[in-house]
Design a protein around this ligand. Structure first.
Ligand code: MG
Length: 159
């Protein structure tokens, strides 16, 4: 079979004294995401989708939070490593679709920059990377601004 599908999900807590980085873009906000790495939930969900499509486990396996090598890691560097892994196994990304769930700030103005950044890292056209943002209508932990979550689906192809 020459196509595979994968899905990924991630959520990180919001806190003070941290930058808010989503899709590799630093977004002005009074709160940032807490985590061992830069806590880029969107990129983390995408990596888990890529790994899941090939039954390779999850990012916690490759970049464990207990390992100081990944402390403060730029998630785009980790994404490039996961991309290398799937390419080494003969697969490439057909397309990615994703959704960020954040009550605030408004992310729409930053979505094209995120797409361009990810397009450059993954070396695929921007129209193969879907990034959407929605609020959670003030419901649940994302709605209360306790955290930001992201979902991603990826299709991998092999020629
Ligand atoms: Mg994460």
């Amino acid at each position: 079979m020459n196509i595979r599908i994968g899905n990924g999900y991630d959520i990180h807590r919001l806190g003070t004294g941290r930058p808010l980085i989503l899709g590799g873009i630093n977004i002005p906000h009074e709160l940032g995401l807490l985590g061992h790495s830069d806590a880029d939930v969107l990129v983390h969900a995408m990596m888990d989708a890529m790994l899941g499509a090939l039954s390779l486990g999850d990012i916690g396996h490759y970049f464990p939070p207990t390992d100081d090598r990944w402390k403060g890691a730029d998630s785009l560097d980790l994404l490039a490593q996961v991309d290398r892994l799937i390419k080494d196994k003969g697969w490439q990304i057909g397309n990615i679709d994703s959704t960020i769930i954040a009550e605030r700030p408004k992310l729409k103005p930053y979505l094209p920059q995120m797409r361009d950044r990810l397009s450059a890292i993954l070396k695929i056209e921007g129209d193969r990377i879907g990034i959407k943002a929605t609020t959670n209508e003030k419901l649940g932990p994302t709605g209360r601004e306790e955290g930001i979550a992201a979902y991603a689906v990826v299709l991998l192809t092999r020629s």
